[in-house]
Design a protein around this ligand. Sequence first.
Ligand SMILES: [Zn+2]
Length: 591
Amino acid sequence: MENYIVSARKYRPMTFDTVVGQGALTTTLKNAIQSGRLAHAYLFCGPRGVGKTTCARIFAKTINCLNPQPNGEACGECESCKAFNEQRSFNIHELDAASNNSVEDIRQLIEQVRIPPQIGQYKVFIIDEVHMLSQAAFNAFLKTLEEPPKHAIFILATTEKHKILPTIMSRCQIYDFKRMGVNDIVSHLKHVAKKENIQVEDAALNIIAQKADGGMRDALSIFDQVASFCSGNITYQRTIENLNVLDYDYYFRLTEFFLEGKITECMLTLNEILSKGFEGQYFITGLASHFRNLLVSQDAQTAELIEASDEVRNRYKEQAQKCKPKFLYRAMKLANNCDLNYKQSQNKRLLVELTLIEMAQLSSDDGEASGLCPTQILKPIFAQLRGKKPSAEPTTSNANRQQTSAPQQHRGQQPPAAPAAPTQPVPPTVAKTPVTPRLKTFSIRHTDTTASSVVKEDEEVKQPTAYFGNKPVNNLSLTIAWRQFAAGLPHEDIGFTHQLNNMEPMLQEDGQTFLIIAENPIIQQELAKRKAAIEIFLQQQLQNSNLRMTTRLREVTDKRRAFSRAEIFSQMLKESEPLRKLKEEFELELA
Ligand SMILES: [Zn+2]
């Protein structure tokens, strides 16, 4: 088998000119060599994998070259250069301070410093990760750094400049290596791919470069990994699969949905993303970057700031034309808020869902002032609904509820009502504050000791509603609509909102009735009070006028989410006589 060399080693630059993305810095070094003004100590700072050690090695080779070129590079052919190229030169010593940071290691290095070079002029000592040296090792080294022999040059490299002692800094010439741009990395990867005879898609290289976060070494090792995964043909699709990167196509699609106000599609897309194993926060920060890119793309000048392939950049430009700056600004703000609240949130998925719902309402809500609160944003839906069918809706007063109460005898015996005819003149019973006029129609049958009962409202007296269609419904779309309803409740209803979010509507066999299990009679009563508002909202949202809600109390056999401490305690009291006595004796209460 052929000896495999990783690309980062195989394509390590041998001259200053081939170092990628550090042009200013390598020019300065070359000039210093040409003019013969060399310092005794250099400090190379910068993130990992941006070429610090590589430049240090090229520097060592160049200053020792017996036949320096006019352009400031080493000849690559003299005895010294050959020794360097074959990694057998005695004029270069490397110490990795991350693993060799003791006084003893430094003492050995100092021994070497005293011996003059056999060939060439200089001995170069490279100390990598110099900030890792122990305090004692630092002290031992300082003396040598202050008064080095003429032939010794130190190159200290670090990723953490702030950890370097001022006494060291003041004795060094400092070079700051910058993170490499995505474009620099991409063009170098293209070069490598060509040499290795590997087919690549530009978009794939962009993803690799972004993942490497400005480090060429990382970029090349990711490149190797992807190349072996794709067996010689690096495509965008296989790259994102291998690197577990979220396809930016999702962001483009979602933005379209936001602009068109398609909430259901947004929820389904989120579901798809999460089911692929992506973390909600990763998704939301990616979405924020997408909006940022769109904003930047609105101006041809700033569009160049986007680090992406030309094809993707054009897609950004295209989508940016459809977005108003105000929409992008607000959407970015929403994404940012979601990101900030993510860690604290108990229900992270809901937080992301709410954010998406709010985003999807941004474009329809253009006139309003800030409009970032979901209750404000959802208002237009209700208003629209009422606007279409002018309402003779009773007010929220108790008197009205009483008047419209239904006779008791119908309770619990009626099948679900037939779809309301579109021609029915009677308006839907929906108001800003969801109330139904049928409080009395509801009751719980305490037929046995289990206290379980199915409560069905009297469908006959239910006022016919607007016709929304008869689209098929499934549990997922139902749950989404359910949460949208909860999100749209006014702030005073925060308690009820919370309860709604803890419930899952369950579609029954007929495909149009859904069951809600209530934790206790009070919640069930509350649900009954708002039945009409809930149903109309869901009917409109899911475009199915046949949707009906039934509720029942939770039974002992129903699975419970979790027990509260108080519930556990009261159960323990029931089961343990001594505990009960203890509680009574000392009048103990659960804190
Ligand atoms: Zn040479």
